[in-house]
Ligand binder design. Sequence first.
Ligand code: TXE
Length: 500
Amino acid sequence: MTQALTPLSLPPVPREFGFFVDGKVVPAGTRDLSERRSPAHDVPVTRIPKCTTADLDAAVAAARRAFEDRRWSGLGGAARGAVLLRAAALIRARAEEIAYFETLENGKPIAQARGEVMGCADMFDYASGLARSLHGDSFNNLGDGLFGLVTREPVGVVGLITPWNFPFLILCERVPYILASGCTLVVKPSEVTSATTLLLAEILTEAGLPDGCMNVVTGSGSSIGQALIEHMDVDMLSFTGSTAVGRRCVEAAGRSNFKKLGLELGGKNPQIVFADADLDDAADGVAFGIAFNAGQCCVSGSRLIVERSVAEAFAQRVQAKLARLRIGDPLDETTQVGAITTAAQHDIILGYIQSGQEDGARLICGGEVLDTGEGRFITPAVFTDVTRDMDLARDEVFGPVLVILPFDTLDEAIEIANDTVYGLAASVWSKNIDTALTVTRRVRAGRFWVNTTLAGGPELPLGGFRQSGWGREAGVYGVEEYTQIKSVHVEIGKRTHWGE
Ligand code: TXE
């Protein structure tokens, strides 16, 4: 890994990127460019082309050719795995550059970005093994005349739409698994954080991925994104983002070619704290769960459901942890919480802080715009006197805003936790194994943490119950998701003729 410059400085001029089709960088040429300004410093850091729908068609056609001529899916799993392993090594080698652009475009702390990039390399390592171990099933119990096979085949051309909160991590929770399955893909990253997706395309080509297997088109959701979800020649779409756009994906799939969908959408995730928990650990976890990535995580623990007997003292502990956070310049190595990524998100968060108070909730700390002279920073807000019907308790804020909802009994804790349209993630804090396991069984969420939060790795699948989405990414399930199942019936010997 190259050494970080200390202290890191802003780029003197924004870096201009092309998009990526059929193994090559395509310069912007006459296309419009969108300029990204660092959310923490308000200076231009990247320029990205606004692709046209013709560019999208070219990218899908390249992915289609690469799929149909079997240049990738026809390779053995070992050969595909070798490419993914080389990509992992190249990600590690270029980790500093990737982390730097992630921080510049997203506003997350550089130390956090580096950790995420290393986690991404690990995704490629793990998926390389899955390329080899992916297999189907067989039925040798159908009688002497029939043998049954269940094979898995790659779905085909995958469209992948990613958001701005973890541009590289969310990408790498999907791309190596998609490639391990033998599919080819076209990625449309968020228009505000496209740089690191373009870097990954270069890395994969250098690692030996055949041309056309990974293509990247850049541009807005309403133009290029919408065209991708409606595309007739895309076999599957994986979308991560808002529930509203997830709904559009479902509608577009119905209107076009019934493409298979994977959706990872919003969450309003409970942190359920019992009085018998290690309350110091739990307070640390709750503070981390709401302030990490400035609360811009689909799995943020945004509802603190805490046993009433300890609720007030516990809230003070959380407040004390939040008060010690180092918020500010994400290029500073010691920063823990960086900037709010987009101006629109900044307004959404402040809007909830304002309307929550108007609805009668009490702000006990934070919720202020930090005056750093430049950039967008909000101190983590904690609300009490919240009722379950308030927007603050029901909507995904997608920012550092925690609501406290006390409970008296285990059943009530579970009922409050399940009182949401979402079901993405949940955490329970208790040293009583019966309590912890009962909550784990009965709360509806796709990712669960017991006495920890926001932990994860390439082995464990991601995805939600209810309106948090469809399907799973990562783990063995993450590769299987990108396959179709075929059942094969093989007659052995002479066929028994009809009617005989
Ligand atoms: O998301 P969008 P936004 C939630 C969070 C946040 C809200 C809005 O609550 O406040 O969404 O954020 C592309 N067809 N999450 O507006 O619009 C877009 O270009 C196809 C939760 O940024 O959903 C980007 O690449 N694509 C979430 C991606 O969709 C479209 C992460 C996500 O953008 C499109 C982000 C369209 N019509 C936001 N419109 C999570 N679950 O992690 C937009 N896009």
